[in-house]
Design a protein around this ligand. Structure first.
Ligand code: NDP
Length: 323
């Protein structure tokens, strides 16, 4: 049996319940993993609240690290005793141990701790696909990155710096802006103080940025579009402030803009892609180019408090659940 966080109805943080669930044996293509740490992500909030509808009851959590206890037939890249970490569907990572598909579970290098592994897979693989698989970025390109002091954000700041990409950060307080600057952002705008697009124009000599990476959604979409250079790329990849309403195509004609709405799970769907992306992420971390900053730790049974803290914009860097 494993202590597991489950929702029986969509709702607020009070919908999170802890239950004992049987773990079982891995079938073909599966592993059983015992978690040492679990990552908290904003997608868990969308799934809990119903922004992303799910079949109920449903265990939550998409990211964790631990030790492989058993592998099912056909699994060749992992064996019992291996350290491992993952970002993967289906949800169910908020647990002591689970059986799950092996394809997205990656062997964790010795130089990376379980806590770092749990804090970096979903967020770091997201930065990998944003920077390397969504748009062909090169050194000198300018990116506007919202919520840059968050879990994904602080990895993005460092990743950009390591590749010579000029990242203009936004964040909701001066302290968060400073954190983004400390992690490699070239400039930072406190977007709680007023419209950010005019400041982006100033910082880019009137031209606008090549790419916007916007996970804040409803409250930033318009300003993000106003921050683009002609033929620039708007990457809308989240909805922390609410879902972006339908966009009339004519909006793009104002500057021949490009618009995409990607998700990590398309990019890691194929085992080989996922493992290659993880390899690049692990190299960024083991080389020291990207440091995984864990600013909040909550025991698994305080998961509701962890959700409230994340939703209240009271976190910086990554948040993990400890076991
Ligand atoms: P963060 O640690 O970045 O937390 C979210 C941040 O969003 C907050 O700290 C806050 O920063 C900002 N924010 C702005 N407006 C609001 C609001 N109204 N309510 C709450 N937060 C707000 O979370 P994660 O690192 O887990 O994820 C970052 C974003 O990336 C999320 O939107 C997530 O869904 C998205 N994502 C998308 C993926 C994809 O493939 N599509 C994969 C992974 C993440 P501030 O106070 O500075 O504004």
């Amino acid at each position: 049996m494993a202590k597991t966080v489950v929702i029986r109805a969509h709702g607020g943080a009070e919908a999170l319940m802890i239950e004992d669930r049987p773990v079982g044996e891995p079938g073909p293509g599966e592993v059983r993993i015992r978690h040492h740490a679990v990552g908290l992500n904003f997608i868990d909030v969308y799934q809990r609240s119903g922004v992303y509808q799910m079949q109920l009851p449903q265990a939550l959590g998409m990211e964790a690290a631990g030790v492989i206890e058993a592998v099912g037939p056909g699994v060749t890249h992992l064996k019992a005793g291996d350290r491992a970490a993952y970002a993967a569907q289906p949800p169910g990572a908020y647990t002591e141990a689970r059986v799950m598909p092996a394809a997205q579970v990656c062997p964790l290098p010795d130089g990376i701790s379980f806590e770092e592994g749990a804090a970096m897979m979903l967020k770091g693989l997201t930065v990998q696909y944003l920077f390397h698989r969504t748009v062909p970025l090169k050194a000198g390109d300018t990116v506007l990155f919202h919520a840059a002091a968050g879990g994904v954000g602080l990895i993005a700041c460092q990743w950009a710096k390591s590749e010579g990409i000029r990242l203009i950060a936004t964040a909701g307080s001066d302290e968060k802006c400073q954190l983004a600057l400390d992690h490699g952002a070239e400039a930072a705008i406190n977007y709680s103080e007023g419209p950010f697009a005019p400041k982006v124009r100033e910082l880019t000599g009137g031209r606008g940025v090549d790419v916007v990476m916007d996970s804040v959604g409803a409250s930033t979409f318009e300003g993000s579009m106003e921050s683009l250079r002609p033929v620039g790329m708007m990457i809308s990849f989240g909805n922390a402030s609410g879902v972006v309403p339908p966009v009339p195509l004519a909006v793009l004609a104002k500057g021949s803009y490009q618009l995409t709405r990607p998700t990590l799970f398309t990019h890691i769907a194929q085992h080989e892609d996922c493992q290659a992306m993880a390899k690049m992420l692990f190299e960024k971390v083991t080389s020291g180019a990207v440091k995984i900053r864990i600013d909040q730790r909550f025991p698994l049974d305080q998961v509701a408090e962890a959700h409230r803290t994340l939703e209240a914009r009271a976190t910086t860097g990554a948040t993990i659940l400890t076991l």
